[in-house]
Design a protein around this ligand. Structure first.
Ligand code: ZN
Length: 323
């Protein structure tokens, strides 16, 4: 299930590393504005089950940011979003802002701007786009946090080709971005690769099926910290790597994106995760020259967990592109 881009890639000590660069960016924007250039910034908010994080971005990158504990229920959650957005704007020196985007875990109807079944936020239905537009007077867009993270990863890695962002958090899901934008699918379900079954006799997944990739690789089932303390050749690491490699290969087969970028909570052990997935890909390639021909190793990477992909991507969402 699509949860956890938020809780995922966030490692406070790594985030701290980014802040000096952000401040430098902010100073540059201020001087540009004094020179009279029409710089506008965009707000992005990543509303996670634990924390709500807002960033202000412009062409130079992140120029302001703020974070707070997420509210529970529609009223409290919105209050936190608005307060965090204002704090991020303050930290960026109150630039002219053209839009706001929000990434939310759960089921999101991006076209209608409505969040449904955001269980971690104790929200059943949230008309978030309408509320953001009413309260902030800015065009607003809302999407799933994994779709937002895919846009953020594409920007952060300066990728121009298509990509899939495979989020390994509590659940396993992918956001897919083609050259014309996010691929959401007819009912918003594109990229739910975590519920592909790779073994009909495998362990039971939260969705009710057996052998879903998520049941081998989701944080609900696997303790990532313990896993990556085990040797690379341990059966547990091999099983996890096989499952994630199956997701990577499935994405390449189904949507043929140029890049698969892996992120989320499991990416905190970045090097170990890449090694584990790569070993899984090798195992799958051993059986099939067709799979080997996909060249998955060159197309695969694990993103730096310190990059705030979901919030950055939320800032890149636009109301028009959700239609
Ligand atoms: Zn499942």
């Amino acid at each position: 299930m699509r949860r956890g881009a938020a809780e995922s890639g966030r490692e406070p000590d790594r985030l701290g590393d980014q802040r000096p660069a952000s401040r430098a960016g902010g100073a540059r924007v201020a001087s540009q504005r004094r020179a009279g250039s029409a710089v506008t910034a965009r707000l992005g908010v990543d509303i996670g089950g634990t924390s709500t994080r807002a960033v202000v971005v412009d062409e130079s990158g992140v120029i302001g940011e703020a974070e707070a504990t997420s509210g529970r229920g529609v009223v409290a959650a919105l209050d936190v979003v608005l307060a965090t957005a204002q704090a991020a704007l303050e930290s960026a020196g109150r630039p002219t802002t053209s839009s706001i985007g929000a990434g939310v875990p759960g089921v999101v109807d991006a076209r209608a701007g409505i969040v449904r079944h955001a269980v971690n936020l104790e929200i059943d239905e949230w008309h978030l786009r309408e509320q953001l537009e009413d309260r902030l007077g800015l065009p607003a867009a809302v999407d799933n946090d994994v779709n937002a993270a895919a846009l953020g990863a594409r920007r952060a890695l300066q990728i121009e080709e298509s990509l899939a962002y495979l989020n390994l958090g509590t659940g396993v899901a992918a956001g897919i971005v083609g050259v014309s934008g996010v691929l959401r699918g007819a009912r918003g379900g594109a990229g739910e690769v975590g519920h592909l079954s790779v073994d009909p006799r495998g362990p039971r997944c939260g969705c009710g099926r057996r052998g879903c990739i998520e049941a081998y690789a989701g944080g609900r089932f696997v303790d990532g910290r313990a896993l990556f303390r085990m040797p690379a050749a341990s059966p547990e690491r091999q099983r996890f790597g096989w499952a994630v490699a199956s997701a990577v290969i499935s994405l390449l087969l189904m949507v043929d994106v140029e890049h698969v970028v892996v992120g989320g909570g499991m990416a905190r052990s970045r090097a170990a995760l890449l090694e584990t997935i790569s070993n899984g890909v090798v195992a799958l390639e051993a059986d099939s020259t067709f799979i080997a021909g996909l060249d998955a190793h060159r197309r695969l990477q694990v993103i730096d967990p310190g990059i705030d992909v979901a919030a950055i991507g939320a800032a890149l969402l636009s109301r028009e592109s959700a239609r």
